[in-house]
Design a protein around this ligand. Sequence first.
Ligand code: ADP
Ligand code: MG
Length: 694
Amino acid sequence: MELKTPLSALTGIGSGLLYKLKRLNLNTVEDLIYHFPFRYDDFSNATSALDAKIGENVTLQGEIWSIQNIYTRSRKIITKAIFNDGTSPIELTWFNSSWLIKQIQTGDRLQVSGKISKYKSKLSIIAPRWEKLNSFQSSAISHQTLHTGRLVPVYPETDGLSSKWLRTKIDKLLPEVIDQISDPLPDQIRDNMMPLNDSIQQVHFPKTLEQAEKARERLGFDELFYVSLATQKARAEWKKKPIVEPLKINPADIRDFVGKLPFKLTGAQEKVLTEILDDLKKKQPMNRLVQGEVGSGKTVVAAIIAYLVHKNNLRTLFMAPTEILAFQHFETLSKLLEPFGVKVGIYTGSKKSLESRVKSQGKKQSRLSTLATSHYPDIIIGTHALLSQKLSTDNVGLIIIDEQQRFGVEQRTLLRGKAKIPHFLTMTATPIPRTVALTLYGDLDMSVIDEMPVGRQRVKTYVVPEKKRLDSYKFIAKRVAEGDQIYIITPLIEASETLVSVKAAKVEFEKLKKVFPSLNLDLLHGRMKGVDKDQIVKDFRSGKTQILVSTSVVEVGMDNPNATIIVIEGAERFGLAQLHQLRGRVGRGEKQSYCLLYTSNYSSDERRRLKYLETTFDGLKLAELDLKIRGSGQIFGTLQSGRFEFKIASFHNITLLEKTKQAAKDLLDSDPALDKHPLLKAKLQDISSAVMPD
Ligand code: ADP
Ligand code: MG
C-alpha cells in the first residue's frame, strides 16, 4: 500500500463509493488520510449506568437483554433494546434503523456511547453509537474500539458516505502508510511543533483534545506555509521572466480615449489605472489582480489598457469564463474600442450559437480560421475554447482573464513553452479579504476598485419571514404586471452544481409554475447544454420570460437592467459575499430594485447574519464578516476551486499568517530554488503543479 495508491485499487470500494469519494475530492489513500475530522464527540467518559448523570455523554459496556422493532401509529419504525451493564438496565432507542435487529441480538456484548436522558422515568440513550465487544475483551473500557469509548472523530460527509465509514477506512489504512510520510519541514521551522506523522495520527484519533489541538496547529501551519512558499517563489520567478516587448505609454493616448468616454472615471478607477500603468512601464511582466464589484467599472479599465497595447502594435487576449459573458464583453468592448480603429473579435468554440448570435446582431466577427491570417483582430475575446487552439501568442502583449475560477491554470497553458511573456491582468468581482489575499494571491499584485460610479441605486434587501411569502408573491405579480422581470434563485445543495442542486431547482420551478400560472417562467441551470442556456438567457434578456428560476452557479455576470427583484431561497446556504453578488444582478436599471431572502434556518444567529445584508452594501466588508462568522471554509468553498485547499488553517489567525509568511521568506532568501530542501521542493511541486504558472 502506497500513499499514492488510488482508492479504486482497494478491495470493497466499488464504482458507487468511488463516485461519492470523488465528490469529497478523495481519490488516493493520501487524500483519505488527509481528510480531517471537523470535530470530535467526546465519549471517553467510561462509567456505569448507575453513576451516569442525565445529559452527560457516556460510554457503557454491557449485554443486550432484548431488542425489537416497534411500529408507531404514524407508521414509523423504532428499534428499542434493553441494555444492562450490571448496575442498572437502560433503554437504547434508534429511529428508522429496522435493520439493526439483524446486527444486534439478545445476549450480544456491546460498548455503547451516547447522551444519557430520562424518558418516562426510565434511563435511556437515543441513537447510541455502538460496537460489539469480543468475548475475550476485559470489562475495562476498551480503547481498541473505534466508534465508541473515546474521542470519536466526525468527518465532512456526503450523501451516502458516513463518518462511520470514513472512520473505519482511515483507521485501517493509517497504520499501513503512516511510516511513509516524511516531514518536509526543516528543523528550524518545525521548531517545537508536533512531528507530521504524529499530527496525522492525532488529528484522526487523538488521545486527548489537547493533542488534537496540537496536531491541528501543526497541520494548519503546514497549509499556510506551503501556500506562502509557493506564492512567494512564483512571484520571484515571475519577476525574472522576459517580457514580450516593453510598452511605450503615451499620456496623450490615455487622455484621448478617456476624454471620449460618456462619463468621468471614478477616483477608484483612476487609482487602479495608475497602478496598472506603473506596471506596464516596467520591463517585467505585470501579474495583477483587479478586484471590484460588478458594475464598478473593471471592463472600462481593461479597455483603456487594451487600447494602449494596441497603440504599441500588440494584441490583447481577453478570456471570459462563459460564452454568455464573452458575448457581453464582445459587445461592450466593440462599442468602446471600434471608434478608435481597434478590431475586436470573438472565439468561443461553439459555432452554432456563435453564428446565430452574430447574425442577429449584424456584427462582423472573426473566427479562429481567420485569426491565423494577417487580418486577425487586435483584441480577441474568448472562452476556455481559446486555450484548446494553437493560438499564436507571439504578438500578444496583454492577456486579460475575467472572473475565472482556476486561477493560474489558464496562465500556465497560455505560456507553455514561451520564451517571452505578455502582461497579465486578472479581474474578479469576488471580494477577497486582505488577510486572505496576502497569502492566497501572494504571487499577484492587487488593486481594488472600491468605489461605484455615482448614481447607482441600492437594492432594498429584506430577510422575509415565511408567513409573508404570499405577500411577496403578490408583490412579484404586481411588478411583472408593470413589465418588470424577476430572478428566483434556488438553494445551493452542494458546493458545486450537482444533480442534487439541479433537482432542487426543478422542484421549485414546478411549484412556481403553479403559483404563477399565467406568467412565463423559465428554468436555467449549469448542467444544461450551452445552446439551451444561450436561448434561455436570450429569452430573459429580450423580456419574453418574466420569471427566471435559476441555480446560483450560472452566469454570475448576467446583465438584464429590466430585472428588479431577486428572490433567494435557502439563503442560509450561501456566504454573505456570495449573496451580495447574487443581489448585484438587480439594481441595474432606473427602477428601485429588491432582494428578498428566504431561509429555513430560523435560529437567531442565522437571522442576524442574513440581516447584515439589509444594511451593508460593501462586498468586501461582507466577505470579512463571512470570515469572522464562518471561517475561511465559507470563502474557499467558492473561491479556491482548484487553487489551494484549506482544511484546517484559518485566516483569522493573523499571527500564524505572519509567522508562516516570514518563515517562507527566510527560507527562500537562503535557498531560492529550494535545492537544499528536496522534500519541500517536491511537496511544492505537488501542490502547485495544478495551479501556478511554471
Ligand atoms: P464591471 O466590469 O466592473 O462589472 P463595467 O466596466 O462593465 O463594470 O461597468 C458597468 C457599467 O458602468 C457600464 O455600463 C459602464 O459603461 C458604466 N461605467 C463604468 N465606469 C463608469 C463611471 N466612471 N461612471 C459612470 N458609469 C460608468
Ligand atoms: Mg465585468
